[in-house]
Design a protein around this ligand. Structure first.
Ligand code: 3HC
Length: 305
């Protein structure tokens, strides 16, 4: 890939650490174990979160088995390779540690500060941040050269792309390792500059943000959905927002507005709706059919719930 360092520089990855056990982290923990077949460790701030992530992974492995995609031996092997705990000391022998914790620079810095004390001196670190500055996140590290961005897309199992983000400090070894890991995950990796939203969210934030603003302006939800059809993308704007999560979409939007106030504009409804549990209703084909009652009320009242 363009800009990728020589793969001979890549470090061998014999164990992967995933920090966070939320939906994104669990999805890629599953992918790591499935494609790399190495031990994968997941942690979170409490055991309940770890258990939820583990349950997702084990359930997905069971479904792969039911669908005949893997045999019983493979299912057992994959299950045995995944380990969840709240004990961060277990990152000590991981070669590649990637975080997907709360999308806030300070929170990610705190996590990396703690992890750097535990991991081996040559371990590679990665962040799955969707739009924050990787350099800023890494500025608290003693060795910021070992950090790269490694940005997955939803749904992780099917989206073919990974954005690998290079900071001015990222070492060739860290970048080469990231590219080899991505290739072993059977993903296409592209190298992007460390600019807000990288490339994909720069584009998607426009789609999601402007769709939400059309609703702010009074255009009905289904009109926006219908008006989008000629672009021929696989998902309509509100399907996409619902897929990535309303909170995540609002957060990405905030980051873009903060960095490019003359090019991105906040949507009031995006924020209000991110506080509602279920926002849109969908039919069995996944097509958005309307707002939930709660969301409709929020839009009509123009207030936060
Ligand atoms: N998890 C796992 N697998 C899934 C899935 C999910 N949530 N949704 C669909 N799939 C799988 C299906 O099982 C199926 O696999 P198979 O062919 O092996 O049986 C395959 O994907 C295709 O599914 P379908 O035929 O049911 O569905 P579609 O043809 O409608 O495709 C889609 C589904 C691939 C998700 C397609 O709608 C799509 O490409 N959507 C766009 C998604 C997108 O843009 N993602 C980026 C979001 S932005 C982001 O994540 C960044 C963050 O930082 C904000």
């Amino acid at each position: 890939p363009v800009g990728a360092p020589d793969k001979a520089l890549a470090k061998k990855v014999a164990k992967v650490g995933v920090i966070g056990a939320g939906l994104m982290a669990s999805q890629f923990a599953l992918l790591f174990v499935r494609r790399l077949e190495v031990p994968v460790l997941i942690t979170d701030i409490d055991q309940a979160r770890v258990d939820k992530g583990l349950a997702y992974i084990r359930d997905e492995i069971a479904q792969l088995r039911t669908k005949g995609r893997i045999d019983a031996d493979t299912a057992n092997r994959l299950n045995a390779l995944v380990h969840g705990t709240v004990d961060k000391s277990e990152y000590a022998d991981c070669d590649f540690v990637i975080e997907a914790v709360f999308e806030e620079t300070g929170v990610k810095q705190q996590v990396f500060r703690e992890i750097e004390k535990i991991i081996a001196p040559d371990a590679i670190l990665a962040t799955n941040t969707s739009s924050l500055s990787v350099e800023e996140i890494g500025s608290v590290l003693e060795h910021p050269e070992r950090l790269v961005g490694f940005h997955f897309f939803n749904p992780v199992a099917v989206m073919p792309l990974i954005e690998i983000v290079k900071t001015p400090q990222s070492s060739d070894e860290a970048l080469a390792t990231a590219f080899v890991v991505a290739r072993n995950l059977k993903k296409n990796a592209v190298l992007t500059a460390d600019a807000p939203g990288f490339v994909v969210n720069r584009l998607l934030a426009k789609v999601m943000g402007e769709a939400a603003r059309a609703v702010d302006e009074g255009t009905p939800l289904l009109t926006v959905e219908k008006a989008f059809a000629p672009l021929g993308l696989p998902m309509t704007p509100f399907q996409l927002i619902d897929l990535v999560g309303w909170k995540v979409a609002a957060h990405v939007q905030d980051t873009m507005v903060r960095h490019f106030p003359d090019r991105f504009f906040a949507s009031q409804n995006l924020h209000r709706l991110s506080e509602v549990g279920a926002v849109v209703e969908k039919d069995k084909n996944g097509r958005v059919t309307g707002w939930t009652k709660e969301a409709q009320k929020v839009i009509e009242s123009g207030k936060s719930p």
